[in-house]
Write a protein that binds this ligand. Structure first.
Ligand SMILES: [Zn+2]
Ligand SMILES: [Zn+2]
Length: 300
């Protein structure tokens, strides 16, 4: 068996049980502990608890009735700190998701999930991110009496809930969105009410992206939480801080035709969240050559 000293000499990240028996406070009001607690328990022997009475919707909602106060990382950081401040705990976790039309293929939806752990005892912040094409994110404008079965199938209704709001809110007091819709009668009533409150007479119906109403998103959160738990198992060989993982990438993957460097990623740079330690490793997906379509020489 490798000792800690062997691992330090080889420059490999260490595995120490830094978080065994520790408690992390998860800032959520949407049951994310269902997805986040298991990998933290299994990989780190850590207990994830959810504080009561924390209003994470104050940091932005998918329906847009509350704007997000910053980018994904800033918002997740604020939520994690709010959980720590409310409880006096030292380790806090929060996650943040973003869903919409894919940047490259606008006809398709894609999503990002970010999770952050703040450890005040070590004064570190460790984050992991996941982008996924697997999402039921979709929206449709409906007039009263119209139910689009293809849309309902696409979003996985009723296992996945829906939200409805006025498509063009009338001036004055805007009608608040109706969330967590899982019944057909409830949906029909919501479309009627929201269309009535809309200047164009239409309701905007969307997939409910809140974790506890969206099993597909809950899976994505479980996956990114697993990545974070694994990252926290890896300790810096220089300063022993947990959280060694991807910090940047280097381009230059050779073209399979001319072997020249392309703009595709050649190496992953893994580093410490506390000190300057970095180590370059080959792509973890095993790709060794780039398709010539990505080569500026072969496919200018
Ligand atoms: Zn080439
Ligand atoms: Zn370090």
């Amino acid at each position: 068996m490798k000792t800690v000293e062997d691992a330090i000499r080889s420059g490999e990240p260490l595995r120490i049980r830094s978080y065994a028996g520790k408690i992390a406070v998860l800032a959520t009001m949407h049951g994310k502990d269902e997805a986040i607690a298991p990998p933290f328990r299994e990989r780190l022997e850590m207990t994830v608890v959810v504080p009561e009475g924390l209003d994470t919707d104050a940091f932005g909602t998918f329906t847009g009735d509350v704007e997000r106060p910053g980018n994904m990382l800033e918002t997740a950081r604020m939520k994690a700190n709010a959980g720590l401040d409310a409880t006096g705990a030292e380790i806090g976790i929060a996650s943040e998701g973003a869903y919409g039309p894919d940047a490259a293929m606008p006809f398709f939806a894609s999503g990002s999930e970010l999770i952050v752990l703040i450890d005040r005892t070590r004064d570190i912040e460790v984050a992991e991110m996941l982008t996924t094409p697997r999402t039921n994110f979709a929206s449709v404008k409906l007039s009263p009496g119209a139910l689009k079965p293809a849309f309902l199938e696409r979003v996985g209704f009723p296992e996945h809930a829906l939200v409805a709001q006025p498509n063009e809110p009338k001036d004055g007091e805007p009608e608040p969105p109706r969330k967590g819709i899982r019944g057909k009668a409830e949906l029909i009533a919501a479309i009627d009410a929201m269309a009535d409150a809309s200047a164009d007479g239409k309701a905007l119906v969307q997939a409910d992206m809140r974790a506890h109403r969206n099993p597909t998103r809950m899976h994505a959160i479980a996956e990114v939480a697993g990545r974070l738990a694994s990252r926290l198992q890896r300790h810096c060989p220089d300063c022993r801080t947990p959280g060694v993982g991807l910090v940047s990438t280097r381009p230059g993957l050779p073209c399979s035709l001319c072997t020249g460097p392309t703009r595709m990623m050649l190496e992953e740079v893994h580093g410490c969240v506390k000190c300057d330690y970095t180590q370059s490793i080959r792509r973890s997906d095993g790709l060794r050559y780039a398709d010539p379509v990505n080569c500026d020489f072969c496919n200018p």
